[in-house]
Design a binder for this molecule. Structure first.
Ligand code: 73E
Length: 830
């Protein structure tokens, strides 16, 4: 029985059979029958996905091999992006688009009785990241490959990615593991031959000339897995190398023979544990030993690999920085600084001062946050025990550094204490940001405002010492391939048709979108533009309907806030605004209500499992949604959804459907934000505070095309001071907000006492200034309503927004790193 597709195609697709079946179809059939060892009649969508993925992988491998061989022969300077997180999402669709094979595969699978969209939907996300920081790393890999830059990523191959989020009937977040490798992963190539020994614990014995011997302790193996990163419409295919931990010796045979099985495998499980799971905290530091183990395991394996590749070139060690640039993605890989010192001094016999010069010319450090709770500080005793040699090196670096500060600022003890890598106290702590800064050539923030805050707050003393030129800005970016062409094909086609240039051209030079401006008033173009948005709204509505069984009103305005749950991101402000709107609607007569703009509010995002207030916020959203979605008086005008398990794939459905999206952090807290760029690129308007990259988006698209509200960064500190020392009750400061809080307390949305701890954060210290920004937030929402009433005016704003997003391509950002910092050049693989 041949239940799917064309029998002849299946039969003649078999290898060795001479036929005119296209090669893609043949390759799929082959993989079904050989790699999967299945018969044609025994293939479901998942099987078809696997066969198609394997077939695409064959192309990637060919390109990857050529790229690596060609690049190795050229021995150029290379850059390495060290990141504990790479939030890749799905690969198949992206690979097809980058290879320019989507159309062909479409036809190929259709002949075999499948639909490419369904096949693409079978892929699990690779979710080895928490949020913006990890997704940024993924966008940067795409842009590096696309622009033919010799850049490799280095990370960890977690067995479990970010947890799966489930929402219990009472609105609680539940977490389930994400065993993403349970199904085979066709996108990685195990390199069992690339294996590196990494030591922990033991003792370090000082020799002369600053050298030491580190021995004893525990050794584990790092095994390489390579993930192919195809560039867009180029043969160039870069590499992302992820490390897996493995025990060096299988298990302890003595204990095994003595019948003590637990003990026999104890050390092997402890070795395997290192890369078991991604820590699910975003923007918060967790001082766990296993996390420090992850950080060292990964930096040690990566540096050893980089050193080996450098040595293969036969160059002199002093030329290391001419051939290697290493970008530290936040402080997580900072141990790379003392580790490179160790390799140079202890293993390569390089004198200390010369080694330090090499180190400080190799590293570049990106800071992603100024939130105090996110700054990494490891207790000295913990680090001393796990990494005794590194602790010595850090103390030595610190001594030399402080001596030099003392020479520049004689007698300034406070300054020395602030700038020291070691924070004094019991215990002492290692301040990773100070170490990263001292060990790097450049330090950068991720948006203009953030970089300025880095210079004037956390790194102020270092600016005084080094001069300001070491502290720069590279505003983040996003890849327009995934975040427009792939997730919004209708818009992509409309843009291509309108600009009358090839898609390949504007997707590589996003400033070309400006060409849309001259059509912004054109009624036919406006109509098409609106139709695309409508269709994307329907796609989202369909998704919600299948998930919730609730019909969504697709003529209502779609208002979206999706991101990690965090107090500084102020999802609370949004939900309190929704309650305010609900109460206002309830107080209206039916006739009055008819004049109101219907709105659907979407939320999604995960809360760190231990973040109580963030989890309570989810519960409040879910329970408010339940009440308002069922209220017959208002549900036509206001409804709300919390979509569980936010992911890259869900973002790809949500973002193109958004008409307005919210980026409403307390001014000065969101370093950049990158989803703001994604929404605007897809023609959604921005409702936000004057924070992070919102500011630069407004500069590009024009202030009249964004909805700004709230206090500015300089006011925040003063307001916080007032809140602490001269608190004013919310009833006095903001009566409408007080009413909203009281309605929640009084049980309108289920047992109010449950929410008291959350409401009290606002009533009491209100560190994130919800009470200060509430009024202007409500006014901004009203401005959004008014603007939306003017249909054509709104569409024009939407077009103008997309048209001016050229700056936010990650191609621009990565070129900035390549030219200004890494000094690497493009290599075109012939
Ligand atoms: O504003 C975002 C920024 O767009 C920032 O909060 C985020 O990085 C994005 C990309 O630059 C970020 N994540 C973390 N710190 N900043 C972080 C910190 C510790 C663990 C995991 C993530």
């Amino acid at each position: 029985i041949w239940p799917r597709g064309d029998e002849k195609t299946w039969k003649e697709g078999i290898r060795g059979v001479d036929s005119d079946v296209p090669s893609i179809t043949k390759s799929i059939v082959n993989h079904v029958q050989t790699s999967l060892a299945r018969q044609a009649y025994n293939v479901d969508n998942v099987g078809a996905y696997q066969a198609v993925a394997l077939s695409v992988r064959d192309d990637l491998i060919a390109n990857w091999n050529e790229t690596q061989l060609y690049t190795t022969n050229k021995t150029p300077k290379r850059a390495y992006y060290l990141s504990l997180e790479f939030l890749m999402g799905r690969t198949l669709d992206n690979a097809l688009l980058n290879l320019g094979l989507k159309q062909k595969y479409n036809e190929g699978v259709e002949k075999l009785g499948f639909n490419l969209e369904d096949i693409v939907d079978c892929e699990r996300d690779a979710a080895l990241g928490n949020g913006g920081l990890g997704r940024l790393a993924a966008c940067y890999l795409d842009s590096s490959a696309t622009q033919e830059l010799p850049v490799w990523g280095y990370g960890l191959r977690y067995k479990y990615g970010i947890f799966q989020q489930l929402i219990a009937p009472d609105g609680s977040q539940l977490e389930a593991p994400d065993p993403w490798l349970n199904n085979q992963n066709p996108w990685e190539l195990p390199r069992l031959d690339v294996t590196i020994e990494v030591r922990f614990y033991g003792h370090a014995e000082r020799l002369d000339k600053g050298k030491a011997i580190w021995s004893g302790g525990q050794e584990v193996l790092a095994v390489a897995y390579d993930v192919m990163i195809p560039g867009y419409h180029t043969k160039n295919t870069n590499n992302l190398r992820l490390w897996e931990s493995k025990p060096k010796r299988g298990f302890d045979l003595d204990s095994f023979n003595a019948g003590d099985y637990d003990r026999a495998v104890a050390s092997s499980t402890s070795a395997e544990n290192i890369t078991s799971v991604l820590y699910p905290n975003d923007n918060t530091y967790i001082g766990k030993e296993l996390r420090l183990k992850q950080q060292y395991f990964w930096t040690a394996a990566s540096l050893s690999d980089i050193m080996r590749r450098f040595k293969n070139t036969g160059k002199n060690i002093s030329e290391f920085p001419d051939f290697v640039a290493i970008q530290l993605n936040d402080t997580h890989p900072t141990l790379a600084v003392p580790e490179l010192m160790r390799l140079l001094v202890d293993e390569e016999d390089v004198p200390w001062d010369k080694a330090w010069k090499i180190v400080t010319n190799t590293f570049f450090f990106t800071n992603h946050t100024v939130l105090p709770e996110a700054l990494e500080k490891w207790p000295v005793p913990l680090m001393q025990n796990l990494l005794p040699r590194h602790m010595q090196i850090i103390f030595d670096i610190n001594l030399q550094f402080l001596q030099s500060v003392e020479r520049k600022f004689p007698g300034d003890r406070d300054r020395l204490a602030r700038m020291s890598i070691i924070q004094e106290g019991t215990p002492q702590y290692v301040r990773m940001a100070n170490l990263a800064c001292i060990g790097s050539r450049k330090v950068n923030g991720v948006a203009e405002l953030h970089s300025e805050l880095v210079r004037t707050t956390i790194m102020k003393d270092f600016v005084d010492y080094y001069g300001v030129s070491k502290f720069q800005n590279v505003t983040n970016g996003i890849t327009p391939r995934r975040w427009l062409d792939q997730c919004n094909p209708l818009l992509s086609d409309l843009i291509t048709e309108t600009l009358k240039i090839k898609k390949e051209v504007w997707l590589r030079d996003l400033y070309k979108l400006e060409g849309l401006l001259k059509f912004a008033d054109d009624p036919t173009f406006q109509k098409k533009w609106a139709a695309v948005k409508q269709s994307n709204k329907e796609r989202l509505a369909h998704h919600v309907e299948t998930q919730f069984g609730i019909k969504v009103n697709t003529s209502a305005m779609f208002d979206v806030q999706v991101k990690r749950l965090h107090e500084y991101k102020r999802q609370t402000l949004n939900i309190l605004g929704v309650v305010h709107r609900y109460l206002t609607l309830k107080a209206m007569s039916p006739a009055e209500r008819k004049k109101v703009n219907p709105r659907v509010v979407f939320f999604a995002g995960k809360a760190a499992p231990g973040y109580y207030i963030a989890k309570l916020t989810i519960k409040l959203i879910v329970n408010v949604a339940r009440v308002i979605n069922e209220d017959p008086d208002t549900k036509e005008y206001l409804s709300m959804f919390f979509l569980p398990d936010y992911s890259v794939s869900l973002a790809e459905i949500l973002i193109p459907a958004s008409e307005v999206s919210q980026h409403i952090s307390t001014a000065g807290t969101e370093a950049s934000g990158t989803s703001n760029m994604k929404f605007c690129l897809n023609g959604g308007l921005l409702l936000g505070t004057v924070d992070g990259a919102n500011i630069e988006i407004a500069e590009e698209v024009g202030e009249s095309n964004v909805f700004f509200f709230g206090h500015l960064t300089p006011a925040v500190e003063e307001l916080r001071y007032k809140h602490t020392y001269h608190p004013v009750p919310v009833e006095e400061k903001c009566p409408p907000l007080a009413k909203v809080l009281n309605e929640i307390s009084s049980g309108r949305f289920g047992d109010g006492s449950v929410y008291e701890p959350l409401l009290n954060t606002i009533r009491q210290v209100d560190y994130y200034l919800v009470t200060e920004d509430f009024d202007s937030y409500i006014r901004a929402l009203e401005m959004v309503d008014t603007a939306y009433q003017d249909r054509n005016g709104w569409i024009k704003k939407s077009i103008c927004t997309t048209a001016k997003m050229g700056k936010f391509s990650s191609d621009r950002a990565i070129m900035n790193y390549a030219e200004e910092y890494w000094n690497i050049e493009q290599i075109k693989v012939p």
